[in-house]
Design a binder for this molecule. Sequence first.
Ligand code: FES
Length: 123
Amino acid sequence: MSQFRKRVIKTGNDNLRIDGSKKGWSLPQSYYKDPDIFELEKKAMIFNTWMFAGHASQIPNPGDYFLFNLLEESAIIIRSDDGSINAFYNVCAHRGSHICKEQSGNAKRLVCPYHAWGYDLEN
Ligand code: FES
């Protein structure tokens, strides 16, 4: 059991928790600064649910794309030639460079700016 989980287990008194926080009061400072708690929040809440990245109308034409950035992750949301919308990690398979640097644009093909590896819009 992680330190965080141990800290939030409630005591018998519903108004007082093991970490000293009180129900109805603001959280202790550590909840806002503790990297372990932030990692748990990312895993449990941020990367464990659907996120609104944007609207299909933002990319009406084949090759239109925009980036969706969330914390340290970046995704390319792009309309393919058949009209479907795909999402890819914005990471080159060669050496891990970001493939797209511009926040939005249009591309016939995605080309990594580092060593020019190319990617189709479909996969
Ligand atoms: S890092 Fe993308 S082509 Fe080398």
